[in-house]
Design a protein around this ligand. Structure first.
Ligand SMILES: Cc1ncc(COP(=O)(O)O)c(C=O)c1O
Length: 297
């Protein structure tokens, strides 16, 4: 049986959770959403960095002029309730705030804000253990076109176009540059390289401030792995010793090829392996130092 969906304050059967065809957000892409994983730990099921995700959800909603109608604490409790009611030990939680039934005026003023928490049994997001990626002919949205740093449905047209292009050319995933020609991020992932034992990732500004990105930067720092947040070009990425994506879906996904360039020796690099193993320990509660990131249900 499919998990129940928390919808506007109640748990609703999967099949009964419906929205009207005139839902504003369906027509204009104005929904704020999150992706949060939950994992089995030694002390039961825990959502990873739930508070940080909820904060970003509220921030994204605000950008769209939405008042979600629940406090952060209420959203945290709703998230836990949805996970608990699913009975699942691990998986993915998708909170989404969207404008419902409307008269389709672009100003959205006549629409009610709806909030849903959906549970999905995601295991891997990218199907291969390591991926080959294609630099995209599409660039990330210009920060003056739409504020970056938030997770808004409409932005994902940019991601979808990049994915379609990459897949058509036989690659697993895309890599997008920003409007300055610097490497930005994947369609649903942040991007890292490693060169001479230093881990490098684009700075905040033209990318989503990923919760996983932040976790990896902190975990690396705590384990004496040097991390630099700086801009770099595609050519530098292609000459890296290692490359990987991070994200709630992708977790840490090694990259072994960018366009026709092999990364390192074409195998998963030692820093990528080390960070993956450290990250696994953190999300599964094996490293007590990061207990604060686990929100037990
Ligand atoms: C465009 C984009 N960048 C980066 C990420 C990674 O963010 P996080 O680690 O918070 O999931 C995501 C996924 O949410 C994303 O959609």
């Amino acid at each position: 049986m499919k998990p129940k969906i928390w919808f506007n304050g109640e748990l609703v059967e999967w099949e009964d959770c419906r929205v009207h065809i005139t839902a504003y957000s369906l027509h204009y892409g104005a929904a704020a959403f999150e992706g949060i994983r939950f994992y089995e730990t030694g002390r039961g099921v825990a959502l990873f960095r739930l508070k940080d995700h909820i904060k970003r959800l509220v921030k994204s909603a605000k950008i769209l002029g939405m008042n979600v109608g629940y406090s952060e604490n209420q959203l945290i409790n709703a998230s836990k309730l949805a996970v608990k009611s699913s009975g699942m030990k691990s998986g993915y939680l998708r909170p989404i705030a969207f404008y419902g039934e409307s008269e389709l005026y672009v100003h959205a003023k006549d629409s009610k804000v709806n909030l849903a928490m959906i549970i999905l049994p995601w295991s891997k997001y990218l199907q291969n253990a390591s991926v080959r990626i294609k630099s995209s002919s599409y660039i990330r949205l210009h920060p003056n076109s739409a504020p970056m740093g938030v997770k808004i449905s409409g932005y994902y047209i940019n991601s979808l176009l990049a994915i379609l292009e990459a897949r058509e050319k036989g690659y697993d995933e895309a890599l997008l540059l920003d409007y300055n020609g610097n490497v930005a991020e994947g369609p649903a992932e942040n991007f890292f390289i490693a060169k001479n034992n230093v881990v490098i990732t684009p700075p905040l500004g033209n990318i989503l401030p990923g919760v996983t990105r932040d976790s990896i930067i902190k975990i690396a720092g705590d384990n004496s792995i040097e991390v630099l947040e700086k801009n770099f070009k595609l050519e530098e990425a292609k000459k890296a010793d290692e490359a990987f994506f991070t994200g709630t879906g992708a977790e840490i996904t090694p990259i072994i090829r960018i366009d026709d360039a092999r990364i390192g020796n074409g195998e998963i690099g030692h820093l990528t392996k080390k960070l993956t193993s450290l990250f696994r320990d953190v999300v599964s509660g094996k490293n007590k130092k990061y207990d604060k990131w686990l929100e037990h249900i």
